[in-house]
Design a binder for this molecule. Sequence first.
Ligand code: S3P
Length: 176
Amino acid sequence: MMRPLSVERVFLVGPMGAGKSTVGRQLAEALGWSFVDSDAEIEQRSGADIPWIFDVEGESGFRDREESVLEQLTQRPKIVLATGGGAVMRENSRHFLRERGYVVYLCTSVEQQLERTARDRNRPLLRTAQPEQVLRDLFVTRDPLYRQTAHAVISTEAGQARDVMHKILRQLREQE
Ligand code: S3P
């Protein structure tokens, strides 16, 4: 029998297109925990999609909703939570994540992000003529915030989501 984990929540942070949802789903399955995507939860609770929320309430309205969803979801036991790329923008949200679970920063290159988000219409920040520049600017602002929030940093640049998932599992087992 394997020793039970000392951690009971895993929160994935990182930029759009880093693979948080794909890895998160696989990790939850391997652990037998539930998987929640905070963006999907925000959409479900507000009855509106993310572009609509950005259009009508602006980014700050979206961040308010995100903060309140994170406040609640970070208290659930046995959860793998994939957060939105901007979840680290609010100090309260960073605090909920850092203090209540094991936070993994999934990082990747802007080139990979562009590839993985190319066909997606659900990301208002990338509805621009210069998505590459937007992603580079976001990286400069947010990379330090991801790092200060995370307990571990893992690159999703090469290999399969499954390899990343196994790396996280190994790190969880090393936690005392
Ligand atoms: C955002 C990332 C998105 C979503 C929203 C804002 C951001 O989540 O929360 O469009 O600020 O980077 P994903 O990282 O899941 O795409």
